[in-house]
Design a protein around this ligand. Structure first.
Ligand SMILES: C[S@@+](CC[C@H](N)C(=O)[O-])C[C@H]1O[C@@H](n2cnc3c(N)ncnc32)[C@H](O)[C@@H]1O
Length: 414
């Protein structure tokens, strides 16, 4: 964390920076102050002074924006999880749209940009990763890898929220801090799995914690990449678009329980033709949905847990036109046939590797659908892909109140 100085400065906010922080100018120098809004006059304490810019911490507000609201979470501004609890949700959406438009302007796109909002601002997350150090459990402070201890998180679903304090007491009571790297909680409907990821091995008795939490929970332990079921529920199951789905504690699933299906619906409506290549396909829900309406789907996923879940989904739902390949897109794509009608890519934040962009550019397809959770790597990749033209962009606000959002770019060949 950066050091705060005693002298404070006054600033009129005139714009937003890359992370949605307020921006103003003092004697021509750009100043960034998080948690401020356009038109506000604020007092800030400089944390970092450089020749061309400075970064500061908000100390007071002289002129408040009518879009400012009181943040409901007591950890807001300390915990790095949320960025926009200080403003109403419609303003947050407008800021995110502005930031995405600026990214897209770098590739000279100023066309159709549809905003898809989250139906819930809080309680929507089906996953929480708690970090652990020698004496605390929580999330990271903003811009730091030091832990901000928390006892609850307003973004997460009910069973995850209910488990945070018992987990903290369990770790503390059994002096387990030094053995645990982090703890991942996942919820689907009224079932929740808790995975304790150990950094050094210890024989831990989880019975007390399980008895306290009850039958809606399952406890796992992972050491040296070996995931072991300890007690309670063994997997999460749900029905999505008429498909029976199963998730193991570590496999990827869209985190917003209200908006994940909306994202998939957008993709379903935008696919062209019957032969679909789904790259970075996760636990197979999207592939299953596309195969279930009569398409041939080839899905590529690197993660073993995700691939196993995708295979179970294929079997449970008799999806004979779905082929799941476990492997790295970079290696698998060049070995596949050249003709797919639609190619979908949904990579992690790091984006699509340059070789993958080049391989995709070589294939014959009608439509490319790029789903991205990082607009900077998205724009970088769109600059590498050749012979494609953007038809439409969707901003899907999968991560309300945080600085993140999902972008779906629909591209045509030619
Ligand atoms: C953002 S998730 C998308 C998952 C899926 N589309 C969904 O909706 O559930 C990215 C997925 O890419 C997988 N992945 C990461 N690197 C990969 C690679 N090089 N090749 C194939 N899959 C990869 C991850 O394991 C993860 O499941």
């Amino acid at each position: 964390m950066m050091k705060e100085t005693k002298t404070t400065k006054e600033l009129k906010i005139i714009d937003y920076g890359y992370d949605g922080e307020g921006v103003g100018r003092i004697d021509g120098k750009v100043c960034f102050v998080p948690y401020t809004l356009i038109d506000e006059v604020v007092e800030f304490s400089p944390l970092q002074e450089k020749k061309n810019f400075c970064k500061g911490k908000l100390v007071g507000i002289y002129d408040k924006s009518d879009k400012r609201i009181d943040a409901p979470c007591p950890y807001f501004t300390k915990c790095g999880g949320c960025s926009y609890q200080h403003t109403n949700y419609s303003n947050e959406l407008q800021i995110k749209k502005l930031l995405l438009s600026r990214q897209l302007a770098k590739i000279e796109y100023s066309g159709d940009l549809e905003l898809v909002s989250s139906t819930q601002e809080y309680g929507y997350r089906n996953k929480l990763k708690l970090y652990v150090d020698e004496s605390s459990i929580g999330l990271y402070y903003k811009g730091s890898n030091k832990i901000c201890p928390i006892q609850d998180c307003l973004l997460v679903d009910n069973l995850i929220s209910k488990a945070i304090l018992p987990i903290k007491n369990f770790v503390e009571g059994n002096k387990l801090y030094r053995f645990i790297q982090n703890i991942v909680l996942r919820q689907e409907n009224e079932s929740c799995l808790i995975n304790f990821i150990l950094k050094s091995y210890k024989d831990i008795n989880y019975q007390g914690l399980y008895l306290l939490l009850g039958k809606n929970y399952g406890i796992f332990q992972t050491y040296d990449n070996e995931e072991q079921h300890i007690v309670g529920l063994k997997s999460l199951s749900c029905e999505e678009f008429g498909l029976k789905c199963n998730f193991s504690p570590s496999s990827f699933h869209q985190v917003n329980k209200y908006l994940g299906n909306k994202l998939y619906e957008i993709v379903l409506n935008e696919i062209k033709g019957k032969n679909i290549l789904n790259c970075y396909s996760g636990a197979g829900v999207l592939s299953g949905m596309i195969a279930n309406i009569g398409n041939n789907v080839t899905a590529i996923e690197l993660g073993k847990h995700e691939h196993d879940d995708a295979e179970k989904l294929k079997q449970k739902n008799d999806l004979i036109s779905l082929t799941n390949i476990c492997g790295d897109c970079q290696k698998v794509i060049p070995s596949l046939k050249n003709n797919f009608d639609t190619i979908i890519v949904d990579p992690p934040r790091s984006g699509v590797a340059i070789d993958v962009c080049n391989e995709i550019s070589k294939k014959n397809f009608k439509r490319l659908i790029y789903i991205s959770c990082d607009s900077a790597t998205l724009v970088r990749d769109l600059q590498i892909l050749t012979n494609v033209k953007i038809k439409k962009v969707y901003l899907v606000d999968m991560f309300a109140r945080t600085g993140e959002y999902e972008t779906v770019v629909i591209l045509n060949k030619g």
